[in-house]
Design a binder for this molecule. Structure first.
Ligand code: HEM
Length: 403
């Protein structure tokens, strides 16, 4: 059996003119700007085949990405990560198709209702202020390690009833699991996370009395019975994968943009009421996820001969940065009225339930930060490092300001 990331020769049904050598973990130029690196795919066919990462299709047009995400009858969620990992149970509810999807999703939704999220807001605000006050006088910080990988992670660990001392370890496993690096290392990190989850399941089965989201899921169960081991594993894997890296990456892109664009920063300082729209627009302009679907039946789609069982990958930024969907998509415009039409949180039945929490945390960050550090920039002479992968990330972001 080939290693999961092995490159494959295109199968015979794929026409040569639809083959493009594209590795979504390492698009050319991703270390400087992964969004522009991916946007170049708009020059390629609407749907093309790449032999990389096990071989898969890629959808490059905004309209098609939205359609594929919503059409679960034609495109299954059984394997949303490329390459597929048939030896692992599905992530739940992420890799479960309707009709079963709904019963699993119902299990986790109470944790993400607006009142549940609002209940965490005070704690998030206090935490944001204490983190910023911890480094404010220094006049500099490494934004990712000192802030972005703290605030959302700590809130998530508290929601999940996990020890805060596990933060660094979990963050390193999750972020290495979604970024480039050699595939064996990526798999080793995912395996570490999988092992951690097994222990977590044993602990929660022994005592499901806590008020955290995982205990709630274990107490509730499905179809009138407790979750079996695969289901329990799948729920925990989705929650940890979804909750531990995504908000930090998005905060990194927001902070990087504002550090480089004082005019936009000034707009928010002069009119804080604009912040919610600015967040929508920045989540559109910096749309981080790349997810896949599995083709359910042989078909021709936009001229591509798709076969049942093949994966089709969708970098969400190809929808957000498509001129056919948004006017002047590379420009950040806080007055844009259709910014929310992005697919950053996906579309259809799997649309991210954590989006309310994510938006709230980014709002908390901007309110607390701009009130204390209105002027900041990238530290002169120091490199900002970014990367491709399942979630487009800022790896390091050195910021400076006058205390
Ligand atoms: C900016 C931050 C976030 C982004 C960009 C994001 C993105 C996404 C995307 C694209 C999907 C759907 C994937 C698909 O259609 O296959 C998704 C699903 C999901 N996300 Fe998020 N997410 C974010 C934050 C969070 C947070 C903070 C949590 C939890 C604490 C979370 C939990 C989930 C769960 C449980 C699902 C599965 C939903 C389902 O399958 O019905 N997400 N997210």
């Amino acid at each position: 059996m080939p290693l999961p990331n092995t490159d494959m020769a295109p199968p015979p049904h794929v026409p040569t003119e639809l083959v493009v050598d594209f590795d979504f973990y390492r698009p050319e130029g991703a270390e400087v700007d992964p969004f522009l690196a991916l946007k170049r795919l708009h020059d390629k066919p609407e749907v093309f085949w790449t032999p990389r990462n096990g071989g898969h299709w890629v959808a490059t047009r905004g309209e098609d990405i939205r359609e594929i995400l919503t059409d679960h009858e034609t495109f299954s969620s059984r394997h949303v990560f490329v390459p597929a990992t048939p030896d692992r149970p599905p992530s739940v509810p992420l890799e479960i198709d309707p009709p079963d999807h709904e019963k699993y999703r119902r299990l986790i939704m109470p944790a993400f209702s607006p009142p549940a999220v609002a209940a965490w807001a005070d704690e998030a605000r206090a935490l944001a202020v204490s983190l910023i006050e911890g480094f404010h006088e220094r006049g500099e910080c490494e934004f990712m390690a000192d802030f972005a990988q703290q605030l959302p992670m700590i809130i998530f660990l508290r929601m999940a009833g996990l020890p805060l001392e596990h933060r660094e370890m979990l963050v390193s496993w999750v972020s290495a699991g979604v970024r480039p690096g050699d595939s064996e290392r990526r798999e080793a990190n995912r395996a570490n996370l999988a092992g951690y989850i097994k222990d977590l399941i044993a602990a929660r089965r022994a005592d499901p009395s806590g008020d955290d989201i995982i205990s709630h899921v274990f107490r509730t169960g499905v179809d009138g019975r407790p979750l079996n081991d695969d289901e329990a594993w799948g729920v925990c894997y989705t929650l940890l994968g979804g909750g531990l890296d995504t908000v930090a990456s998005s905060m990194g892109w927001v902070a990087l943009f504002l550090a480089r664009n004082p005019d936009h920063r000034r707009q928010l300082l002069q009119n804080p009421g604009l912040i919610p729209r600015a967040i929508d627009e920045l989540l559109r302009r910096f749309s981080i996820p790349t997810i896949a679907r599995v083709v359910r039946r042989d078909m021709s789609y936009k001229g591509a001969p798709l076969k049942a069982g093949e994966q089709i990958l969708m970098p969400a930024c190809l929808q957000a940065l498509d001129e056919r969907v948004f006017d002047d998509p590379l420009t950040v415009d806080f007055q844009r009225t259709d910014a929310r039409m992005h697919c950053t949180f996906s579309q259809g039945v799997h649309r991210c339930p954590g989006s309310t929490l994510a938006l709230r945390e980014i709002r908390v960050f901007l309110d607390a930060w701009l009130a204390r550090i209105p002027d900041f920039e990238v530290k002169p002479g120091e490199a900002v490092r970014t990367s491709g992968g399942i979630s487009l990330g800022v790896l390091s972001l050195p910021l400076v300001w006058t205390p």
